[in-house]
Structure formats: C-alpha cells, structure tokens
Design a protein. Structure first.
Length: 205
C-alpha cells in the first residue's frame, strides 16, 4: 500500500487514483450526474494535480482551486491554458464574488477532508457563486451498512479525517442548498469502494 506521504507527489497520487479506478470513478460519476454544456463556467474546488480538466468538455471555462502548491504547479504546467486556470488558494466568499456566476462547482473527494464547520463555510460561498440554474457536484468515500471489510479499511485509513456515512454528506449540503439528491454507488472503481455522490441546487425563483 502506498504511504500517505507519497500521495503528496502529484504523479504518485494520480497513479494511485488510476490504478485503483478511483479517478475513473470520478469521470463516470460526472458523466452520469453532472451534464456540462459547451461554454459553461466550472469551478473545481480541491482540484489536486488537475487531471480531471483534461476529461471535461474542451470548450468549458474551467477554474481549479487547491491549497497544495506542488499540485497546482503541476496542474498549471500540464493543463493550464486560455480556458483552464489553476489557483493555489482557498475558495472563499471573495473569490466567489469575483468568479460569479458559475454554472457548476465540483468537489471531488474534498468534503471528507473538511470539518462540518469548514464545510458549511465553503458551501455558503459555493451557493453564492452559482448561477440560479447551477449545480454543485460532490463525490466522497462513505460508510454504509453492510459494506465489505476492505472498503471499511480503506475508508478508516483515508487521508481525510472526516469520512462520513453517505447521508451525512447530503445533510451537510442541505445547510446551504434547497435541493439535494444523494446517489450511493459501489460499482464505479476496480477496487471495492462506496461513493456518496451529491448534486445540490438552489430553489428556482
């Protein structure tokens, strides 16, 4: 098993994600639950090394945020361009105001690294940045009744300190959004794993 410290290296992290099928799981889940039109503005919070940008429609306006300087340097060097920008910074209300409106916000494997209080603050900023018809997409590993011992071991040993039961992620999103749909999937990656996928929207006026 790859040590947690090694995952701080962008290429090691991505190799681990691809070999286990975890990166493919993100791509599949986005395709299933977050349709993106050409020209859409997409904000990716916790973008990591930025590989997901290469798997999204070419004509979207993509902005990635992460607090890991090595990840962001790799992302900008490898995937940066006129329609792809990467920032080593926290996403907060000031950045939401500067970037609004966004058609979609993604948080792939992020909420399980955040306490409830930090998550609620970020979700409030996301609600402010989204266009009226915009959507927030989240994907995280989740506990559920009856899952296998390997899945539970992987979740127990995740780098994130706030892995939750699937329904708890949806409850978090309800602190900032009126409409939250939860999907629980066990069939997305090569390695057995339980994913909680949430799509949240503000109420339409």
């Amino acid at each position: 098993m790859i040590g947690k410290a090694s995952l701080a290296l962008p290429q090691v992290y991505q190799t681990f994600q691809e070999v286990g099928g975890f990166f493919g799981a993100r791509v599949k889940a986005i395709a299933d639950y977050l349709p993106l039109r050409e020209g859409a503005r997409v904000i990716d919070i916790g973008c990591g090394p930025g590989h997901i940008a290469a798997r999204l429609p070419a004509e979207i306006d993509y902005v990635g945020f992460d607090t890991d300087a090595d990840y962001i340097a790799f992302a900008q060097r490898t995937f940066g361009g006129p329609k792809r920008a990467f920032h080593c910074a926290l996403f907060d209300e000031a950045r939401a105001k500067a970037l609004a409106p966004a058609d979609a916000v993604m948080m792939n494997g992020v909420l399980h690294h955040m306490s409830d209080a930090d998550a609620r603050a970020t979700l409030s900023a996301i609600a402010a940045v989204l266009a009226p018809a915009g959507a927030l997409f989240t994907l995280d590993g989740a506990y559920r009744t009856g899952q296998g011992a390997l899945v539970k071991w992987l979740l127990d040993n995740d780098r994130g300190d706030h892995v939750r039961p699937a329904a708890a992620y949806a409850d978090l999103l309800k602190s900032a959004f009126d409409e939250v749909t939860l999907h629980v999937r066990d069939d997305l990656s090569r390695v057995p794993y339980t994913y909680a996928i949430c799509v949240a929207r503000k109420a339409q006026a």
